[in-house]
Design a protein around this ligand. Structure first.
Ligand SMILES: CC(C)(COP(=O)(O)OP(=O)(O)OC[C@H]1O[C@@H](n2cnc3c(N)ncnc32)[C@H](O)[C@@H]1OP(=O)(O)O)[C@@H](O)C(=O)NCCC(=O)NCCSC(=O)C[C@@](O)(CC(=O)O)C(=O)O
Ligand SMILES: [Mg+2]
Length: 299
């Protein structure tokens, strides 16, 4: 398995691949992933120019550890195959397929990526895939989409197009996204891939943004698509375990190991009932703290 499938992706920041001012140094904001967009941020008559900038940016800029995902145009357009060739030739880490509706959609992208890897002598399996789900049909097929390819690391909800398909709109309350969010995060967990929430476009409403991120964090998402560097710190703060959570998780892991050796199954830590069911969650918190660079312990 490509180890990058499981990498940390709290923030996945969109930027227009055509705009030199945006693509020249976005790593300075330290998002976990960059999503260089060839789709909706690029006007129809600018697709060639955007691909040209994208290729040169991927070839020449050191993005200093930020993952480089390229959002290609949809399969219903004449652009997507050339988008994949340019992205793979440039050395991207992953392809984001918009408007995914079925496993067959993912497989078409998988074949094109395989061909491009051969054509440009890229090691086989290097380029990963993520699928954005932007319709009711896609949400209902989330599980088959998650299982469509060994290269697929995750699925992402795209709320703008999805709510349009649902005959509603983004309200800021999250009510209109509830069913899709729940269905997608369950499908992702059931199949062992990651799950990402949609963008929040009301850029000046930071309190609303914080509430939105807190909600999706509690729902079990791995991270969020974002559109602006001002959104990064809030997502990282909420998705990075706090010192208190890390210390408690360490105690839980150590106590479960100790008590298990003594033949004791249920006990308390800091006044809270603990048994084996808490082990994996505590371990996950420690792994997340390590991946986020905030772990100082020795577990
Ligand atoms: C919104 C705005 C124009 C505001 O610009 P402003 O300049 O007013 O912002 P400021 O805050 O003033 O910027 C302060 C400094 O940060 C720099 N800076 C800003 N944004 C940056 C960035 N993204 N990357 C790097 N740098 C950035 C800026 O250059 C400045 O640098 P400097 O001048 O040096 O100080 C800008 O953010 C932006 O373009 N965002 C990305 C938009 C985009 O790609 N949309 C398509 C994807 S969504 C979609 O398609 C819907 C979806 O498909 C979604 C789904 O799939 O989930 C669905 O269906 O829902
Ligand atoms: Mg969209």
């Amino acid at each position: 398995m490509n180890p990058d499938k499981k990498r940390l992706r709290r923030t996945m920041m969109f930027l227009n691949a055509q705009k030199p001012a945006l693509i020249k140094d976005p790593y300075i904001y330290r998002p976990d992933s960059l999503m260089l967009d060839l789709e909706d941020a690029v006007a129809e008559n600018q697709k060639d120019a955007a691909r040209f900038s994208l290729y040169h940016a991927l070839k020449n800029i050191d993005y200093r550890g930020c993952e480089r995902v390229v959002r290609i145009n949809g399969l219903e357009t004449p652009f997507w195959q050339e988008d994949i060739r340019c992205a793979v030739a440039g050395g991207c880490d992953a392809i984001r397929l918009p408007k995914t509706e079925s496993a067959a959609d993912v497989k078409r992208v998988e074949s094109a990526v395989e061909e491009a890897e051969k054509e440009f002598s890229i090691p086989e399996g290097k380029v990963l895939i993520m699928a954005a789900i932007e319709s009711a049909r896609g949400v209902m097929r989330a599980m088959e989409i998650c299982e469509a390819s060994e290269r697929l690391f995750g699925i992402a909800l795209s709320g703008g197009d999805y709510t349009k398909d649902l005959h509603t709109h983004i309200t800021g309350t999250g009510i209109e996204l509830m069913g899709a969010r729940q269905n997608m995060v369950i499908a992702a967990r059931a199949t062992g891939v990651q799950c990402f929430d949609t963008v929040y476009t009301d850029l000046d409403n930071m309190e609303g943004f914080r509430q939105d991120v807190e909600t999706i964090h509690l729902m079990g998402f791995d991270g969020k698509s974002i559109v602006n560097p001002r959104q990064i710190n809030i997502v990282h703060e909420i998705f990075t375990p706090s010192e208190k959570e890390i210390i408690f998780s360490e105690k839980v892991v150590r106590e479960i190991d100790r008590k298990r050796a003594e033949g004791i199954g249920v006990f308390t830590v800091d006044g809270k009932m603990i048994d084996i069911a808490f082990y994996d969650g505590a371990k996950r918190t420690i792994e997340l703290a390590k991946a986020s660079g905030v772990y100082k312990g020795d577990l």
